[in-house]
Design a protein around this ligand. Sequence first.
Ligand SMILES: NC(=O)c1ccc[n+]([C@@H]2O[C@H](COP(=O)([O-])OP(=O)(O)OC[C@H]3O[C@@H](n4cnc5c(N)ncnc54)[C@H](O)[C@@H]3O)[C@@H](O)[C@H]2O)c1
Length: 90
Amino acid sequence: MKITVVGLGYVGLSNALILAQQHCVTAFDLDENRIHQLNQKISPIQDKDISLFLENDKLHFKATSNKIDSYINAEVILIATPTNYDTRHQ
Ligand SMILES: NC(=O)c1ccc[n+]([C@@H]2O[C@H](COP(=O)([O-])OP(=O)(O)OC[C@H]3O[C@@H](n4cnc5c(N)ncnc54)[C@H](O)[C@@H]3O)[C@@H](O)[C@H]2O)c1
């Protein structure tokens, strides 16, 4: 299955790497530096497991900041961007 994950923070990146063991995952983020690091197999966040996953050559994973590349042909889009919420309802 072709899956796109939007937002590569703690939630998006961990889900993207788990899914990329079995599916073709394209990961999109607005942060170009984060994309560059991921394509060099460097984790942009402090997480030992994510670093180990990135070293796994069998992952079907690529990161991009190009919206067209990321959304074209996607069968599933998982959104993990920050949410603005009303703190009065905490
Ligand atoms: N971290 C948690 O434990 C946790 C738990 C429950 C729910 N959530 C929710 O999950 C979502 C993601 O949380 P997180 O901790 O991974 O956030 P994060 O801040 O670690 O990462 C968010 C990522 O989204 C990217 N981003 C922001 N706007 C974007 C856009 N318009 N398009 C593409 N990328 C964009 C940022 O560059 C960043 O890399 C939030 O809505 C949060 O409320 C998080």
